[in-house]
Design a protein around this ligand. Structure first.
Ligand code: PFF
Length: 454
């Protein structure tokens, strides 16, 4: 099934940084810390890690298997395995989910650019706490400035994706990802050495299960999917560019491990500082854009740390954004026979329109709501809490029950060239066939209220 002209990753390191680049993003730095803050700290982290190991790893392996086996985009790949069936609908749902995610993700990506620029001006961090909080509110609700920043972010993402897999995505990930880890470690050291930091460490690492609410479970599951870029074809698409000799189970462990490590590093960079300055941890989405600038304003060399933090946020966001764009671009190129350039332009137009709507929904369009949620929040909530878990569920069902077991094993062992212990493959197949589908179904049914377990 190999396609000779198809672009692919050039080296193992290149694949790993691209995969980690997709996984590590705003999900780790912007969403994870505020979800931890709102859902009782360490108890949430423990539940999150359990979901990553038992539910997300099997899904990631499954996505890689589909992608690499078929060397095609999310829709085309599933159709090659199950032609003339309803299964390829998963591909359409995936492309839709990724477009909806881009509709809010690129808006936040634009905010990161604004905050990098602001961090260079001495007067910004000289403002008091109230002024910094109202700056965020005024900026995101104004009609033009955040939309322009979103377009700048989109343009930069498009420039990388248009260059292709090896010369674009891989090349830039190799430069950006090591820098990202270095910078976050510097911020962790700064945060941990602040007087009073230990309260924040305690908050992150000593669990209080009484603080978990029933909806924390769905939040943890949705966050795990979101953070690992699962359930919307991203790992199928990247998997299709991975060389046949690579070990897909190892790659899944490394990607999930790097992503979880980075989420915890982000928590360590943020929470001890939040506690050291007596700020509230449960601040919701404004945590990194309001509370952190307030902290930087009181810190010696605050501007430098502020620039470092928002550069981290931007780099993490753009390496994820390229993976989202690639899902849709690969689909347009292979299914609608567009050139890479045209596919990138068409995708950008769609994202620009939806992104502008979700940006405007923070201000001008804020009265247009559904179930009390703004357009921005609808894109965010429905993708992570519904579309991704449902997408992931269908993917494991597809690989576990529709694909031939011998084909799955052939792909996992790279045609029998990787000697796995029998029980590793058995456990992997058990998780894909039974554990992941059953557990995800329970969480989903519970959260939509069809059954009540907790
Ligand atoms: N994993 C990314 C993050 O944590 O920010 C988000 C993401 C990337 C979602 C790629 C979806 C996707 F296709």
């Amino acid at each position: 099934m190999a396609n000779k002209e198809r672009d692919s990753f050039g080296s193992r390191f290149g694949v790993l940084v691209a995969l980690a680049g997709s996984a590590i993003g705003l999900g780790n730095l912007w969403r994870f810390p505020y979800l931890v803050g709102n859902n009782g700290g360490a108890a949430f982290i423990i539940m999150y890690v359990i979901f990553v190991i038992f539910l997300c790893l099997p899904i990631m392996v499954s996505e890689f298997v589909i992608g690499r086996r078929t060397q095609a985009n999310v829709f085309g790949g599933i159709r090659r395995i199950a032609p003339k069936s309803a299964w390829p609908i998963i591909g359409i749902l995936s492309v839709a989910a990724v477009i909806f995610i881009m509709a809010f993700y690129f808006v936040v990506g634009g905010w990161t650019i604004e905050y990098i620029l602001k961090s260079f001006s001495a007067s910004f961090l000289a403002s008091d706490n109230t002024a910094l909080a109202s700056f965020f509110g005024e900026f995101i609700s104004s009609p033009v400035a955040p939309a322009i920043m979103m377009l700048v972010f989109l343009g930069l993402t498009a420039l990388i994706v248009v260059a292709g897999i090896k010369d674009g995505i891989e090349k830039y990930s190799k430069i950006m990802m090591p820098g990202l880890f270095l910078l976050i470690i510097i911020l962790c050291v700064r945060s941990l050495t602040l007087p009073g930091a230990s309260e924040g460490v305690k908050f992150l690492f000593s669990p209080d299960f009484s603080k978990l609410r029933p909806d924390s479970i769905l939040a943890a599951l949705g966050q795990a999917f979101f953070s690992l870029s699962l359930g919307m074809g991203c790992m199928i698409t990247y998997g299709s560019y991975i060389a046949k000799k690579e070990n897909l189970i190892h790659m899944s462990f490394i990607t999930a491990g790097a992503d979880t490590l980075f989420a915890i590093l982000a928590g360590i960079a943020i929470m001890p500082a939040v506690f050291a300055f007596g700020m509230p941890p449960a601040q919701g989405p404004g945590l990194v854009f309001i509370i952190l600038p307030q902290i930087f304003a009181q810190m010696p060399l605050g501007n430098i740390f502020s620039i470092a933090f928002f550069v981290i946020l931007f780099v993490a966001a753009i390496t994820s954004a390229i993976s989202m764009l690639e899902v849709v671009v690969a689909y347009f190129m292979e299914e609608l026979k567009m050139s890479r350039r045209t596919a990138v332009i068409v995708t950008c137009v769609i994202v620009a329109i939806l992104g502008s709507l979700s940006s405007l929904s923070q201000g001008t369009l804020k009265d247009y709501t559904l179930f009390g949620k703004s357009i921005f929040d609808i894109f965010d909530y429905t993708t992570s809490n519904i579309m991704l878990p449902v997408g992931g569920l269908f993917i494991v069902l597809f690989v576990g029950w529709k694909m031939k077991r011998s084909d799955v094993l052939d792909e996992l062992t790279s045609g029998g060239t990787i000697p796995f212990k029998r029980n590793i493959l058995d456990v992997t197949m058990f998780c894909i066939k039974f554990l992941a589908p059953v557990a995800i179904s329970f969480v989903l049914l519970n959260s939509i209220g069809l059954i009540k377990f907790f």
